[in-house]
Design a protein around this ligand. Sequence first.
Ligand SMILES: C[S@@+](CC[C@H](N)C(=O)[O-])C[C@H]1O[C@@H](n2cnc3c(N)ncnc32)[C@H](O)[C@@H]1O
Length: 183
Amino acid sequence: MFAEEEAALLIAAARTPQELREMVERRASGRPLEHVIGWAEFRGLRIGVDEGVFVPRRRTEFLVERAAALAPAAGAVVVDLCCGSGALGAALARSLDGPELHAADIDPVAARCARRNVEGLGLVHEGDLYGPLPQALRGRVDVLLANVPYVPSEEVDLLPVEARVHEARVALDGGRQSAVRDQ
Ligand SMILES: C[S@@+](CC[C@H](N)C(=O)[O-])C[C@H]1O[C@@H](n2cnc3c(N)ncnc32)[C@H](O)[C@@H]1O
């Protein structure tokens, strides 16, 4: 995104000149734009993104497109695992007819944020992977969406400050690469 576009978003989000000054300062100190203005665009939706919550990346829209192509046209049962803000599940649910959406995340801050974003579209559960999902889903899931933490532990320190400092470590750290190689 170009600086002019960021400036336009900040100007649109600020209610007063003072608020704009504070937002610019927060952005200049390295906070992601989406945390400063409180939302990210994802597949044409405005997804609320609270401080610390993983900012949904535009490139992940591809995953939603693939899932939409594979899902049953009507009544699909969809699980968005490691849902973060809930952007993926919300976007997929909006492109299907009468889906049953369940999203889950281990981070209470992310789960709270996702609840707002999937309100009226589905349910958000809090806990480790499949643990918090209702038993009634067993054997009924048509589509499992999952954009899990994918940065090897050894490489988290190499991330730009926007991610390394301002997104929760649990959202980024995918574990030791050597542990995967050893399996
Ligand atoms: C890379 S972020 C992706 C978030 C979202 N899927 C997206 O693409 O915008 C990974 C998410 O996984 C969650 N997470 C990490 N470990 C988890 C676990 N064991 N069980 C459930 N969620 C987990 C994090 O809290 C974070 O929200």
